[in-house]
Design a protein around this ligand. Structure first.
Ligand SMILES: Cc1ncc(COP(=O)(O)O)c(C=O)c1O
Ligand SMILES: N[C@@H](CCCC[NH3+])C(=O)O
Length: 468
């Protein structure tokens, strides 16, 4: 069969239709607004973000590049801060962190959740008040904990019994009192990918309510003079839309909170309900506004508190993805276009770009779906069903599994993938000695690099040679 891009072939018999939810765009030269940052739009085929034409940005900064819409990030941070008024909102740094972003988080009045010494270092370098930091991790080492305590981190979320011993020793040595939360697992099967669900029993995070480990941890923390127990912490997983898992978790965690008051006579002042709010990667996803999430979560907690006859503790949450995810798109240059004939006569168009699983591992790791658009020119060519793939030595190196692109997509074209702000740069790797791309912040017509592109010298700097 022919493997050329004949006009209209995508709709010919035997043509690939793609997944049921995907249809060719009504206007290939426009964006689907729900998938893009607030300032993003198309102008004569050119993608414009933060008042900057992406083609101009690429002329200066090259591809691949993450383009971060600063106004969008700040607006989402404020929407969580204001929507969850009365809560403390901790931005989850693991989604994406650099000193510029840590500064924006502080300026917008959010707290910051870190989970490693590296994230702590970046937050402190950015001038974030340590008292506004939370510290997570299932395997915090003695030196990491010691530094966190010595720096005055506002709260440490305890994740194991041995960590309590370490903290007791450190606080005695430093003669300080450290506020802590106890992370519990509520035994909930969250509706998300298995790898990013965290509240079922058989995984590494938290202390089980059912087994009694959570209560054991609470008793041990209360018995340690250098530790002040602020409350319980529950995070059920990530990219979650459905409130039912959260509702079950809240019920179980509040029941433990009430039991601690009953049996131990201690009313814990706080409770953290975690992050995990889903965003739109494709038209399949329909996320809620922060204010609506807040109303729903508060309703659930208040209902449970009334049923248990307890006061509602001071609540906090830890959104990462929902703040930074939609703020960023990744821009690539197309290198090759390869129509591949499949059994049955259909053709899949493989569009290879100059990045891949080293800058976005989520498709390979979680079967994540993304979308993309032509970013540097308009085209009215009939759409073809394309698979956007990277340049790494893996067949699974897929960036966008299915997307309709103009049938004249060709080498040199710019492609932009929206909603790559969370867990893309932060999970990027040097696989095949790829150089991790820069993060370029755009705002009011200005582009500035906030994380520079890696260089070959960066790679060679760690390669000390045979004599080393
Ligand atoms: C403890 C904790 N808090 C917050 C988050 C942030 O999750 P998300 O980026 O989905 O909001 C995570 C990641 O899943 C987490 O493990
Ligand atoms: N890295 C995951 C989410 C895990 C969040 C950290 N607990 C993702 O990309 O979806």
């Amino acid at each position: 069969m022919s493997t050329t891009h004949e006009a209209g072939w995508a709709h010919a018999p035997g043509a690939l239709r793609g997944p049921a939810w995907l249809s060719p765009p009504a206007d290939p030269n426009a964006l689907v607004p729900s998938l893009w940052s607030r300032t993003a739009h198309k102008r004569d085929g050119d993608l414009v973000v933060g008042g900057v034409a992406v083609a101009d940005l690429v002329a200066e900064h090259n591809t691949p590049a993450y383009v971060l819409d600063e106004d969008d990030f700040r607006a989402r941070a404020r929407a969580f801060r204001d929507g969850f008024a009365g809560y403390d909102v901790y931005y989850a740094a693991k989604a994406f962190l650099c000193t510029a972003v840590a500064g924006w988080v502080a300026e917008e009045g959010l707290h910051l959740d870190v989970c490693s010494d590296g994230e702590l270092t970046v937050a402190l370098r950015a001038g974030v008040d340590p008292a506004r930091l939370g510290y997570h991790g299932n395997n915090k080492t003695h030196p990491e904990l010691r530094r966190a305590v010595a720096e005055g981190v506002g709260r440490i979320v305890v994740d194991s019994l041995v960590e309590i011993e370490r903290l007791a020793q450190i606080t005695a040595e430093l003669d300080v009192v450290q506020p802590v939360m106890v992370r519990v697992t509520a035994g909930v099967e969250a509706h998300t990918h298995e790898y990013i669900a965290t509240a079922h029993e058989d995984q590494k995070f938290g202390l089980s309510i059912t087994s009694g480990d959570a209560m054991d941890a609470v008793r041990r923390v209360l018995a340690a003079p250098g530790l002040r127990l602020q409350g319980l912490h529950s995070h059920i997983g990530s990219q979650i839309f459905d409130a039912s898992g959260f509702e079950v978790a809240a019920r179980r965690v509040l029941a433990l909170h009430a039991r601690i008051a009953d049996e131990l006579g201690v009313t814990l002042p706080e409770m953290d309900l975690g992050g995990g709010f889903g965003i739109a990667y494709t038209t399949q996803d329909d996320p809620s506004e922060p204010a609506d999430l807040a109303a729903e979560m508060t309703r659930i907690v208040d209902h449970e508190c009334r049923a248990l006859g307890i006061e509602r503790p001071h609540l906090s949450i830890e959104p990462g993805r929902a703040i930074v995810g939609p703020s960023t798109c990744t821009v690539y240059t197309v290198g090759t276009v390869k129509p591949v004939a499949l059994d049955g006569g259909a053709v899949r168009t493989y569009v290879s770009v100059d990045g891949g699983m080293s800058d976005n591992v989520r498709t390979a790791l979680y079967d994540a779906d993304y979308s993309c658009t032509l970013a540097g020119r308009a085209s009215d060519a009939p759409p073809v069903l394309a698979r956007v793939v990277g340049k790494h030595c893996e067949a699974g190196d897929v960036v966008v599994r299915d997307e309709f692109l103009p049938g004249d997509v060709r080498p040199g074209d710019l492609l932009a993938v929206p909603a790559t702000g969370a867990y893309c740069r932060s999970m990027a790797s040097n696989y095949n000695h790829a150089l991790r791309p820069p993060v370029v912040a755009v705002r009011d017509g200005r582009a500035r690099v906030i994380v520079r592109r890696e260089t070959v010298d960066d790679l060679l700097a760690t390669d000390v040679g045979a004599a080393g």
